[in-house]
Design a protein around this ligand. Structure first.
Ligand SMILES: [Zn+2]
Length: 69
């Protein structure tokens, strides 16, 4: 078995592969959009520093439990 590939045919395939790779680099419909940036989860656990403290003291959080030691 010594079947040689047709030079012309081979050229055609190589060109098709090149076009395929080129299309792959372009942002198309197949590309998934970037996920929306999400806020860190731990930010929800911290109350607003200017909000009344959650401990019920009536003070602002930054002047109560949120007070820097
Ligand atoms: Zn407090």
């Amino acid at each position: 078995m010594s079947k040689r590939p047709d030079p012309g045919e081979q050229k055609f395939y190589r060109k098709a592969d090149k076009e395929k790779d080129y299309k792959k680099q372009l942002p198309g419909e197949d590309e998934e959009p970037l996920p929306a940036p999400t806020e860190p989860i731990h930010s929800d656990q911290k109350p607003n520093r200017n909000d009344p403290c959650s401990c019920g003291s009536g003070k602002k959080y930054k002047q109560c439990c949120g007070k820097p030691k």
